[in-house]
Each structure stands twice: as structure tokens, then as C-alpha cells.
Ligand binder design. Structure first.
Ligand SMILES: CC(C)(COP(=O)(O)OP(=O)(O)OC[C@H]1O[C@@H](n2cnc3c(N)ncnc32)[C@H](O)[C@@H]1OP(=O)(O)O)[C@@H](O)C(=O)NCCC(=O)NCCS
Length: 171
């Protein structure tokens, strides 16, 4: 399994993950957003160059008062820099085959790399589309932020989770 950067030439006509806003996004909005620099988009293709899975990443900030208490002490500014995993979806043709997990882990690895080596950020946040998505992200360690409906996972916690997943735990 591998992702490639989004390109409008890839076939998206039949993409269906069961959530219309996410189907419409890859069909109608991804090209504009990527062109405008509003996000990056990574896709998995099948043998026919059809998009069977995708996710998007962008920079974002959240008000300091919404952040978990540990960051209220350490960050002096009114807003806290984070990375937004805006969308994550796979086509029903590849349901339950690990595409979601593969993309989520890759998105988190990219985020850690950016946050540690390139552009400061304290966490990855996600915009879960519904209760099912909340349950999915909770499973991986994301927690709800107050009011916004968004979920949060600190870069530190992501690093720990990724090290455990790679079997690199010190314990
Ligand atoms: C969420 C989504 C990307 C998961 O992709 P997937 O490829 O079907 O799932 P995976 O095969 O990667 O599943 C990974 C694990 O998560 C579990 N899982 C899947 N959906 C889950 C849910 N809603 N709640 C809890 N766990 C879930 C799987 O059982 C699996 O667990 P296991 O490894 O212990 O067996 C996919 O269901 C999807 O595209 N949904 C529609 C779009 C959406 O809701 N996106 C997320 C919010 S923006």
C-alpha cells in the first residue's frame, strides 16, 4: 500500500465511502483546495488509477482556552499551532482492509516529522464527521476538544503511540 500526492488526472468519479460530503470533496473540491494551497492531499490508487482512499493535511490554530491544560502553561500565545487532518476516507470497495489505518498512521508520521523538523505544531486535530468517526479516532487516542466538535492528539502522544506501534518502546 502506498500514497501519492493528489493529481486531478486521477479518476475520482466512482469514489464512494458512504459519507456524501467526503465523496463530494474528492470529486469536486480537492483540485481547487490543493491548487490554492489550502491543504495537501494524499491518495491511494488502484490499478486503474482510480482513487480508492485519500486524506488531507493543513496547518491550523486553535484558541488557547480550548487546548488541554498542559499547553495553557507552556504556550504564551493566544492561539496554539496544530496540524489539521481535515479528511480521511476510503472507498467502499476496500472497506475493512486496513486502508484507513495505513493512511492515519502515515498522516501522523508526516505530522510528527513536520512538527519536529520544519514547522512548529503541538498536536494533530481532526474534524470527525459523525459519531462513527468519533469512535474511530478515539480508538487511536484522539480526545474531544470543548465546543468545537474537533478532536486532539498531542505530538508527544502521537510519537509515543507510533513508537509502540513500531515495536520501539523502551519498556
Ligand atoms: C474511517 C475509515 C477511514 C476507516 O477505514 P477502514 O479502512 O475501513 O478501516 P481500517 O481497516 O483501517 O480499520 C482499522 C481499525 O479501526 C476499526 N474501526 C473502523 N471503523 C471504526 C469505527 N467507526 N469505530 C471504531 N473502530 C473502527 C477497525 O475495526 C479496525 O480495527 P482492528 O485493526 O482492531 O481490526 C472508513 O470507515 C471511512 O472511509 N469512513 C467514511 C469516512 C469517514 O467517516 N472518515 C473519518 C472522519 S472524517
Amino acid at each position: 500500500m502506498q500514497t501519492v500526492s493528489y493529481n486531478r488526472k486521477y479518476n475520482r468519479k466512482n469514489f464512494s465511502c458512504g459519507k456524501p460530503p467526503l465523496d463530494n470533496y474528492i470529486l469536486k473540491n480537492a483540485t481547487k483546495d490543493v491548487k490554492a494551497g489550502a491543504c495537501t492531499c494524499f491518495v491511494i490508487l488502484n490499478g486503474q488509477e482510480e482513487v480508492v482512499a485519500y486524506y488531507t493535511l493543513s496547518t491550523e490554530s486553535i484558541p488557547k482556552e480550548d487546548a488541554p491544560s498542559e499547553f495553557k502553561k507552556t504556550i504564551k500565545y493566544e492561539s496554539i499551532p496544530v496540524i489539521l487532518l481535515g479528511r480521511l476516507a476510503r472507498d467502499n470497495s476496500v472497506k475493512g482492509q486496513g486502508y484507513g489505518r495505513f493512511m492515519l498512521i502515515e498522516a501522523l508520521k508526516r505530522s510528527v516529522s513536520v512538527a519536529k523538523e520544519h514547522i512548529g505544531a503541538v498536536a494533530v486535530i481532526v474534524d470527525p464527521i459523525d459519531e462513527e468517526a468519533i469512535s474511530y479516532y478515539s480508538k487511536y487516542g484522539f480526545t474531544m476538544l470543548p465546543d468545537s466538535g474537533r478532536m486532539f492528539m498531542s505530538i508527544k502522544k502521537i510519537e509515543e503511540a507510533l513508537n509502540l506501534a513500531d515495536g520501539k518502546s523502551d519498556t
